[in-house]
Design a binder for this molecule. Structure first.
Ligand SMILES: CC(C)(COP(=O)(O)OP(=O)(O)OC[C@H]1O[C@@H](n2cnc3c(N)ncnc32)[C@H](O)[C@@H]1OP(=O)(O)O)[C@@H](O)C(=O)NCCC(=O)NCCS
Length: 295
């Protein structure tokens, strides 16, 4: 019998929470955990022993009145199969009330979620997770932008253009988390403009396993996405590898990974409790954050 309590993640828990996450592979960074925590202070919860040691973590982040997204679900190996995961999930499901809750999962974990009301499956695409440690060969990527397109480094004055692009793509306002993400200390952001109009933006940061975590990388034209991808990676020379999640039907994004010799780590299925969410997948080169955001 384990004595633990379940409560929202606190800043002082983060080093422990990262230790839990590192026993499997999760793509977020310390700073992104903090940003999502601020976005929804009750949305990331932990199971904590009386000693204060974190033994499990689970996220269900509320995005707006209708939408929530879950992930980051992990229990330390020696505490598995003692109902800790079940407690975390039960609390997380209560947190989102009657909102449509989405998440990604591997086929071997499907039953966990089916048993808890995730009965809507996305069939037209899945999510390809790249988690790779090793050198990044960006020489195989194109650096040629289509005529009229330029890439600019992040400045506060571009935020309104980024918010508008993000909203047009995802379908709801995310300015708070978009800004927090761009402002995280390790994040580098590029914005694509075509004749002064924002036609995409992309970010990279160093994650918990010191890889370059690419995402979001959204672009109208995936040839522009490829150049952004190359230039973002070249801005993180200290990275020990790559972490990125693409849409399975985005041939250019997945083609880039293939040319770089990066294997697919896992294929994730998208489930929802109430209804599918729709997005133009051709504009998504890399997802925002596979554990906290639907796209
Ligand atoms: C998945 C995980 C969080 C479960 O934690 P846990 O504390 O062992 O879970 P519990 O003992 O409370 O069991 C909860 C449910 O998960 C199921 N489950 C536990 N381990 C499982 C596994 N390895 N594969 C499939 N299902 C599993 C249990 O059967 C139970 O299902 P039910 O209540 O619907 O019958 C834990 O195994 C883990 O951290 N795995 C590595 C990370 C991971 O795969 N996360 C999920 C990503 S989709």
């Amino acid at each position: 019998m384990i004595h633990y309590k379940v409560r929202p993640l606190r800043l002082e828990d983060i080093p422990d929470a990262i230790e839990v996450a590192l026993c499997s592979t999760y793509q977020y960074s310390k700073e992104s955990l903090e940003s999502w925590m601020k976005h929804d202070p009750e949305g990331i919860i932990v199971a904590v022993l009386d000693s204060g040691k974190v033994i499990g973590i689970c996220a269900t982040v509320i995005h707006n009145n209708d939408v929530a997204f879950g992930g980051a679900f992990c229990v330390l190996e020696e505490y598995r199969l003692f109902d800790v995961g079940n407690e975390l999930l039960t609390r997380s499901l209560k947190h989102v009330e009657d909102k449509n809750l989405g998440l990604n999962c591997t086929t071997d974990k499907l039953l966990i979620y089916k048993n808890r009301g995730f009965n809507i499956f996305e069939e037209s695409w899945s999510i390809l997770e790249y988690e790779y440690l090793g050198p990044l060969n960006t020489d195989v990527l194109s650096d040629i932008l289509p005529a009229g397109v330029e890439l600019k480094a992040f400045q506060d004055s571009y935020l309104e253009a980024i918010y508008a692009y993000d909203r047009m793509l995802v379908g709801y306002d995310r300015r708070e988390i978009v800004k927090a993400n761009c402002k995280e200390p390790s994040t580098k952001t590029l914005i694509a403009f075509k004749r002064g109009i924002c036609v995409g933006y992309g970010c990279v940061k160093i994650n918990i396993f010191y890889a370059a975590r690419v995402g979001p990388l959204y672009c109208n034209d995936q040839n522009v996405g490829e150049v952004m991808f190359k230039r973002l990676l070249e801005q993180t020379p200290s990275a020990k590898g790559l972490a990125m999640c693409t849409m399975s039907n985005n041939l250019i994004a997945n083609g880039c990974a293939k040319r770089m010799g990066i294997p697919i780590h896992q294929n994730l299925l998208r489930l929802y409790t109430k209804e599918k969410m729709f997005v133009n997948t051709s504009k998504i080169f890399a997802q925002f954050d596979v554990d906290f955001s639907p796209f």
